[in-house]
Design a protein around this ligand. Structure first.
Ligand SMILES: NC(=O)c1ccc[n+]([C@@H]2O[C@H](COP(=O)([O-])OP(=O)(O)OC[C@H]3O[C@@H](n4cnc5c(N)ncnc54)[C@H](O)[C@@H]3O)[C@@H](O)[C@H]2O)c1
Length: 254
């Protein structure tokens, strides 16, 4: 199945590492102009420079904190001004608050400072909401576009410490995805959510059990992003894809 994103502008947050970086590499290899966005300016610029060497003129790196709507608007405008369209948005910035902020797993929910959970709700939920809002204006004018929101198996299962992460990556993401799919349909805009199970963007994820007996290779998720962003998925919108090796249906998760 051919994946051709020539003349398409594909934006991804969290692009300094993990699935977003791999997405940038894959979409660029399929002809896209890629806009790599991350709060870690040094890292994203370094990774983008490596990609730019392979695909000159097709890579833009922008530093942005997804919690700040003014920054979100500014990078979306910069993407449009540079490449002339905003075709695909993939919301990969974020992660579970205990890991991202270095909180000990021994600290129980009521004892964890509220600002830890504020950070998570702001990055994992509002950051996606903000980017969806910002890109929608351009996609509406174009009468086309694809938004991929990112949930998590942790949103399905719940979690006794990363409570804000689970909150962000569950029903909230489904509500956002379905609402914007309903809104966007008349403008040719599709909106989907992908909820990964454990993905080996770091070795620790191998500990999370699945019936398939393994975690995902990051490429297995990026293949789904490519498919969902492409016209091969032209009739697909408003749906959440659990790509989790069967973890959601597993009886033994310990
Ligand atoms: N890896 C997994 O097993 C897994 C499973 C389910 C869901 N997810 C979700 O998929 C997404 C990507 O996961 P990953 O493991 O590839 O990510 P990662 O941890 O490798 O990268 C996350 C990136 O987000 C950036 N970031 C953090 N805060 C930011 C902010 N305020 N503004 C802009 N950028 C910010 C970081 O700098 C980092 O580059 C995350 O939302 C994660 O929660 C991952």
């Amino acid at each position: 199945m051919e994946m051709n994103f020539t003349n398409k502008t594909v934006m991804m947050t969290g692009a300094a590492s993990g699935m977003a970086l791999l997405s940038a590499q894959n979409f660029a290899a399929c002809g896209a102009n890629v806009v790599m966005i991350d709060i870690n300016e040094e890292a994203v610029k370094e990774k983008a420079a490596e990609l730019e060497a392979q695909y000159p003129g097709h890579v833009l790196a922008l530093s942005c904190d997804v919690r700040d709507y003014a920054q979100v608007e500014a990078v979306t405008k910069a993407a449009f001004d540079t490449f002339g369209s905003v075709d695909v948005m993939i919301n990969l910035a974020g992660g579970a608050e205990y890991r991202m902020l270095g909180v000990s797993g021994d600290i129980e929910f009521p004892d964890c400072p509220i600002d830890v959970f504020d950070w998570s709700l702001d990055v994992n939920l509002k950051g996606q909401f903000y980017f969806d809002h910002a890109v929608m204006k351009y996609m509406r004018d174009q009468r086309s576009g694809v938004i991929i929101n990112i949930g998590s198996i942790t949103g399905q299962e719940g979690c006794d410490h990363n409570v804000a992460y689970s909150t962000s990556k569950s029903g909230a993401m489904n509500g956002l995805t379905k609402s914007l799919a309903l809104y966007g349909a008349k403008y040719g805009i599709r909106v989907v959510c992908v909820s990964p199970g454990p993905v080996l963007t770091r070795p620790g994820m191998a500990k999370m059990k699945t019936p398939m007996g393994r975690a995902a290779d990051p490429q297995e998720l990026v293949d789904a992003f490519l498919f969902l962003a492409s016209d091969h998925s032209a009739f697909t919108t408003g749906v959440n894809f659990l790509i989790d090796g069967g973890r959601d249906i597993a009886r033994d998760k310990t």
